[in-house]
Design a binder for this molecule. Structure first.
Ligand SMILES: [Zn+2]
Ligand SMILES: [Zn+2]
Length: 646
C-alpha cells in the first residue's frame, strides 16, 4: 500500500491541524497546496476545520501503518475537540461517532457526519486566531524540541491556562488565512510576544474554572452520552430546585435567570459570550426542552450553576419528586394481588385547571385509574376512585362469574367489588342477559335467614367440611357456588386455612382398599347381630368398623368402590322410613290392629322435626298406602314387606 512518507507522532492535546502543519514543516514541501493535496488529498479549504474536527480519517491507512499505535479512536478522542463537542450532539450524531470510535473508521469515511458536527458547532472563524499558552509553549519546546498547537486554548471561553494560570494568547495566525497559508507553531511562536501578559483579568477565577471544565470535557465529555441525558437532567434539577413544576412549566419565569445572574456576574457573561442581544437568550432553550441548541460553553455554565462542577453534574443523582410521590403506586383492583400495595405505574400526568391529574396503570391486572388531588391520601381516594379502565383481570373474572348461573347480579357485583350497575353495563356490552341469572346460592337461601353473606358462606363451608374435611378450592366451588369467590375477598386467611390445593390431595387408594374390607365386615356383623330397626348409614358402618367417619366423608369422592358399596347397602331416609313403617304396620296387623296411624310410628321411628317436615308428604302417602293395603282390604301387603335391601 502506498503510504505517506512519514506521519508526525502526535503530542499530548495536540490538535489535528498542528499534526498536519508539523508534517508540512518536516516534509520539506514548499507549496502549502501540494502538501495539503498529498496529506489530505484535497484543496486547502478544509484546513481551518482541522483545528477542531476529524477530517479525512479514511486516509488513516495511508497516513500510518496499522502497528503505529495511531488509531481512529486515538485521533478523534485525543486530537480533535469531539469529546468536548459531544455534549451538545444529538443522539444520532453521538451514537454514530461512538460507533466509529468503537469499530474504526469506515472505508467511505465519515465526511457527512463531520459536516453535521461542523455546522452544529457554529464556529465563526472571522477575527479568530490560533491561540496558545506561552508557558505551555516554552515547556513543549524544552520537552519536545518544538512548540505545537494545543486543542484546549482554541476552545470558547478558555482565556487562562488551567495548568499555569497565565493568560491564553492570540497568535499571529488568523483562521481566515489558513485557507492559503500553513502556520506551524514552531515558526509562529518563535518570538513570543507576551506584552498582554501583564494585563489583569477581571474574572480570572471564573475563567480558570471554565478552562479546567473545558479540559475535563476534552478528556471525559463522551461519558455524558450526548445532550439528551444532560437536558433531561436539567429538567429534573429545575423541578427539584423549584424553578418549574412537575410538568416542566416555569413557576417563576424570571427566577432562573435571576439566580443565574446572581451566580455569574452579568458583566462576566457579556464578556464571555459576546452577543448583540441578550447574552442569556439561550436560557430559554433550557426551559423549552430544546437542549440541542445549547453549546458546550452553555453547558459548562449550567452544570456549574446546578451542580458546582461539570463532573459533579455528571455524577449527581436527581431525586424525582413528583405529585403523588414516587412509584410504584398501589393498585386499586380488589381482585389483583397488588391491591392497595404496589404494582401500578404512572402513565400520564398533566395539569387540568388548577388540579394535577395523573393516570396510573397496574400491568398485573390492567386496571387504570385517575387521581386529581395529590394531597388526598390513597385510602381516602379508594373510597371513591375514578376508574378509567377495569382491565383484563376484571373482565376475565366478570365473564367467569356471569357464566355461572348460580351467581346473582348483585353477588357478582359484590364479588368483583363494584356496583351492580357497572356489572349491568358490562354485561349489556357483552350481550349477556343478566335477568335470567336471578337464581343464586346466597339469595336463594331461606327467607327467614338474616345472616350476612360472610357469615352465611362461613357456616355453609363449615357444614360442607363436616361432610368433606379435605376440600380443595375446586371442590368448594362445585359444592357452594359463590362461596370461594366471596370468602377469598372477605376472609382470605380463614378460607385458605380450610382448603388444600387440588394437587395436594393425598392418594387415598391404599387407605380406601383397607377401609372397604373393614366396612364390609362391619356390615355383615350388623346384619347378623345389629339392631335392624336402625337406619343403615355410613356413620353406623364406620363406628362398627372402627374408622373415623369424617375420614370417610372427606375421601369418599376419590374412592368410587367404597361409594358403590355405600350406595348398595346404606338407606336413604326415605328408604328407611318406608321400610320401618311397613315393618311396624305388619306388626300391628299381626297383633290384630284395625288401623295404621302416625301415632304407631311416632315413637318407634324417631325422626327430627326438620326431617318430618321434609318427608311429610312421603309419610302421609305411606300411611294411607299401608292402611289401604293391610287394613282396608284382606290382601297381604307382601310387596311392601322386606323392603330392606339384601
Ligand atoms: Zn500553560
Ligand atoms: Zn393490579
Amino acid at each position: 500500500m502506498r503510504r505517506l512518507s512519514f506521519f508526525p507522532t502526535p503530542y499530548p492535546d495536540e490538535c489535528f491541524y498542528s499534526i498536519f502543519s508539523r508534517y508540512y514543516v518536516r516534509s520539506g514541501i514548499i507549496s502549502p497546496k501540494t502538501a495539503t493535496e498529498i496529506f489530505f488529498g484535497c484543496d486547502r479549504s478544509l484546513l481551518p476545520s482541522t483545528v477542531y474536527f476529524p477530517r479525512k480519517l479514511e486516509r488513516l491507512g495511508y497516513w500510518v501503518s496499522p502497528d503505529s499505535g495511531i488509531t481512529g479512536k486515538k485521533l478523534i478522542c485525543e486530537h480533535t475537540a469531539y469529546p468536548y463537542h459531544s455534549i451538545s450532539h444529538i443522539k444520532d450524531v453521538y451514537q454514530q461517532m461512538e460507533n466509529v470510535i468503537r469499530d474504526g473508521i469506515p472505508e467511505g469515511g465519515i465526511a457527512s457526519l463531520v459536516h453535521r458536527m461542523i455546522s452544529k458547532s457554529k464556529y465563526v472563524f472571522a477575527g479568530q486566531y490560533l491561540r496558545y499558552c506561552p508557558e505551555c509553549a516554552m515547556e513543549d519546546m524544552g520537552k519536545y524540541g518544538e512548540a505545537y498547537w494545543h486543542r484546549l486554548p482554541q476552545l470558547p471561553g478558555v482565556r487562562v491556562c488551567p495548568k499555569h494560570g497565565c493568560r491564553i494568547q492570540n497568535s499571529s495566525s488568523p483562521f481566515e488565512e489558513m485557507r492559503v497559508r500553513i502556520y506551524p507553531a514552531s515558526y509562529v511562536l518563535r518570538n513570543m510576544d507576551n506584552e498582554t501578559e501583564g494585563q489583569g483579568l477581571l474574572y480570572k477565577e471564573e475563567y480558570l474554572s471554565i478552562a479546567k471544565e473545558t479540559e475535563w470535557l476534552l478528556g471525559n465529555g463522551r461519558r455524558f452520552g450526548g445532550h439528551q441525558p444532560i437536558s433531561s437532567k436539567y429538567r429534573e434539577l429545575m423541578r427539584e430546585q423549584g424553578y418549574t413544576d412537575f410538568h416542566g412549566t416555569a413557576i417563576n419565569k424570571e427566577a432562573l435567570r435571576h439566580d443565574f445572574v446572581k451566580r455569574y456576574d452579568e458583566e462576566f457573561i457579556t464578556e464571555l459570550l459576546p452577543y448583540d442581544g441578550d447574552p442569556l437568550y439561550w436560557l430559554r432553550y433550557l426551559q423549552e426542552s430544546i437542549g440541542f441548541n445549547l453549546r458546550p460553553i452553555h453547558h459548562i455554565l449550567l452544570m456549574r450553576f446546578f451542580a458546582g462542577s461539570v463532573e459533579s453534574f455528571l455524577n449527581i443523582e436527581v431525586k424525582k419528586e413528583l405529585p403523588y410521590g414516587n412509584g410504584p403506586w398501589p393498585c386499586t383492583n380488589k381482585l389483583c394481588s397488588h391491591y392497595r400495595k404496589d404494582g401500578a405505574r404512572r402513565v400520564e400526568i398533566c395539569k387540568k385547571w388548577d388540579e394535577v391529574w395523573a393516570w396510573f396503570e397496574c400491568p398485573y391486572c390492567g386496571m387504570r385509574y385517575r387521581r386529581s388531588d395529590p394531597e388526598q391520601s390513597f385510602e381516602e381516594y379508594l373510597k371513591k376512585p375514578c376508574i378509567s379502565d377495569r382491565g383484563f383481570l376484571f373482565e376475565q373474572r366478570l365473564k367467569e362469574c356471569l357464566s355461572d348461573p348460580e351467581l346473582s347480579l348483585n353477588e357478582v357485583a359484590d364479588l368483583l367489588g363494584v356496583g351492580a350497575s357497572t356489572i349491568g353495563q358490562y354485561a349489556k356490552k357483552s350481550g349477556i342477559d343478566v335477568k335470567k341469572r336471578r337464581k343464586a346460592s346466597y339469595y336463594s337461601r331461606d327467607a327467614d335467614n338474616n345472616e350476612d353473606k360472610t357469615a352465611y358462606y362461613r357456616r355453609r363451608v363449615q357444614e360442607e367440611l363436616q361432610k368433606m374435611p379435605v376440600m380443595s378450592c375446586k371442590d368448594l366451588k362445585e359444592r357452594i357456588p359463590g362461596a370461594y369467590e366471596w370468602l377469598i375477598c372477605k376472609e382470605p386467611e380463614w378460607i385458605h386455612a380450610r382448603l388444600i390445593h387440588e394437587f395436594d390431595k393425598p392418594k387415598w387408594n391404599e387407605w380406601g382398599e383397607a377401609a372397604l374390607v373393614e366396612l364390609k365386615a362391619a356390615y355383615a356383623e350388623i346384619q347378623s347381630s345389629g339392631d335392624k330397626r336402625k337406619r343403615m348409614n355410613i356413620s353406623w358402618l364406620a363406628r362398627v368398623a372402627g374408622i373415623n367417619r369424617d375420614d370417610i366423608y372427606g375421601r369418599l369422592r376419590y374412592l368410587p368402590e367404597m361409594q358403590e358399596f355405600f350406595d348398595e347397602v346404606c338407606e336413604t331416609q326415605e328408604e328407611w322410613i318406608r321400610r320401618r313403617y311397613t315393618e311396624i304396620a305388619y306388626e300391628k296387623k299381626k297383633a290384630g290392629g284395625k288401623e295404621f296411624t302416625y301415632g304407631d310410628v311416632k315413637r318407634k321411628v324417631q325422626i327430627r322435626r326438620g326431617s318430618y317436615e321434609r318427608n311429610r308428604k312421603l309419610i302421609e302417602t305411606l300411611i294411607a298406602e299401608l292402611n289401604d293395603k293391610l287394613f282396608m282390604s284382606n290382601e297381604q301387603g307382601t310387596d311392601l314387606c322386606n323392603h330392606r335391601k339384601r
